[in-house]
Write a protein that binds this ligand. Structure first.
Ligand code: HAM
Length: 441
């Protein structure tokens, strides 16, 4: 039978150890920035009942109507009502569900949570767009103040700054108003676009009935042109939402974050109210959004909780990695330092087959004593080959065990940089290695 060959599914990728040097750097930076603003980690399941997403993101959103990874439930009419499950396309809906299930609205409404993990969207894979991608997101519940919106934007920008981004980033902001404002605006937009529908692109024609706001963020040049005279939400914005928006802009400016006011930021998901924003890295072109977010004051109530405001964002790692590459970030030296964290500290070599067992035990002993990483050979290499491999691995020390050492409970410790060797009782090895490592670092 011919051998089968397999590839990672389209739109997914293996994150190999060398890729993870950068990705783990993003994860560490995300955690550190989130914690510095008082956000605690939350983890929700990778899949949810499908209706959680249809209810919150909107039946007509692109994500729900075209991009969901859905599997039928096997329990027809059983414990889950025979529903289907969907691999989460985003994190906000799950986090809001967890907030409601935890009863926080009543007992401790102010909660600030962050998450990091894979999301799934059945999109056409292209540069910066994957079917499985990582998001770092934050969600803050229980405060309606526009100061919180500004703080959340500031957190997103601080994440990018910590990665080395400078003034290349653009914070684009807009307001979607309150639901009544949106209803009025939807009708105005429909009246405006209806006469030009025949000349709009296929996407716009498709979105006209489903989500007329999305015509405003079409990137086709003729459509962009035709959008110039479209009615602005500002024309129908109620006084409270208007004051909120002004407060948000003022707070951003007070933070030194000059926003770009961009009426084409309408976001693709239905739950947004009032503030919406995106962080863009313009050189990435049409897919330049590194981060998107906004307020969703009706979502907790929609899921059966007491009315509770919420605001948050999610950063996509895919676009962030592309932008970092473009900017030559992190600098080569930083990447080398990150890689160095994984470099073995000690290589334990056995002189002959008889010492392989004791070498394994000694390696384990050293790790227990806090020396790490400790590596050794499992493929029967000669002593010469082991020593060559130790040199190539970049290990700071090699520990050599021969028959004499095993019988006397000692080991030969070789400092690879200094080229010095000494014979030590095994119980003293770890302390000696840790002492030398602390004086050289
Ligand atoms: P979103 O704009 O749909 O918002 O996604 C946020 C970010 O995730 C995007 O800016 C993009 O960088 C990245 N992203 C989205 N889809 C893909 C994909 N197929 N491949 C790679 N990256 C992708 C949300 O998900 C909201 N939950 C954000 C939010 C949180 N709003 C309030 N709180």
């Amino acid at each position: 039978m011919a051998k089968a060959t397999f590839r990672a599914p389209r739109g997914t990728r293996d994150m190999l150890p060398e890729d993870l040097v950068l990705i783990q750097h993003l994860e560490r930076t995300a955690r550190s920035v989130a914690v510095s603003s008082g956000f605690a980690e939350i983890r929700t399941p990778f899949f949810e009942e499908t209706r959680l997403f249809t209810r919150s993101l909107g039946e007509t959103s692109d994500v729900v109507s075209k991009e969901m990874f859905t599997v039928p439930s096997r329990a027809a009419g059983g414990e889950d009502g025979g529903n289907s499950y969907t691999f989460r396309p985003e994190g906000t809906a799950s986090v809001a569900r967890a907030y409601v299930n935890g009863g926080y609205a009543a007992k401790a409404p102010l909660q600030k949570w962050y998450y990091l993990g894979p999301m799934f969207r059945y999109e056409r894979p292209q540069k910066g767009r994957e079917r499985q991608f990582t998001q770092f997101g934050v969600e803050a519940f229980g405060a309606a103040s526009p100061l919180l919106d500004a703080e959340v934007v500031d957190l997103a920008v601080r994440f990018f700054e910590a990665l080395g981004f400078g003034s290349e980033l653009e914070v684009r902001v807009n307001t979607m108003g309150d639901p009544e404002d949106r209803d009025r605006w939807r009708e105005r937009l429909k009246d405006y676009f209806r006469p030009q529908l025949a000349t709009r692109c296929a996407d716009c024609q498709d979105r006209f009935e489903r989500n007329v706001f999305r015509l405003l963020d079409c990137k086709v040049p003729a459509c962009v042109e035709a959008n110039q005279g479209a009615p602005a939400l500002a024309e129908v914005l109620g006084p409270e939402a208007s004051a909120h928006h002004e407060g948000f802009l003022a707070a951003l400016r007070a933070l030194g974050r000059e926003p770009v006011i961009d009426p084409s930021i309408v976001r693709g998901l239905d739950y947004y109210t009032r503030t919406v924003f995106e962080v863009h890295y313009p050189p990435l072109g049409a897919r330049s959004a590194l981060c998107g977010g906004g307020r969703y004051d009706g979502l907790v109530e929609e899921f059966g909780g007491q009315p509770t405001p919420g605001v948050g964002f999610a950063v996509g790692f895919t676009a962030t990695e592309l932008a970092l590459q473009e900017l030559g970030l992190p600098p080569a030296q930083d990447l080398a330092d990150l890689e160095a964290e994984l470099r073995p500290q000690v290589y334990v070599a056995a002189v002959s087959e008889d010492e392989r067992g004791p070498a394994l035990a000694l390696a384990s002993e050293l790790r227990r004593a806090g020396v790490r990483p400790v590596v050794l050979d499992y493929r029967g290499k000669s002593l010469k080959a082991q020593l060559k491999e130790a040199g190539k691995s970049g290990a700071a020390f090699t520990v050599v065990l021969g028959a004499d050492e095993v019988s006397t409970g000692t080991a030969v410790l070789r400092d690879m940089q200094a080229g010095e060797e000494s014979s030590l009782p095994q119980p003293e090895l770890a302390a000696q290695i840790l002492r030398s490592a602390s004086t050289t670092s």
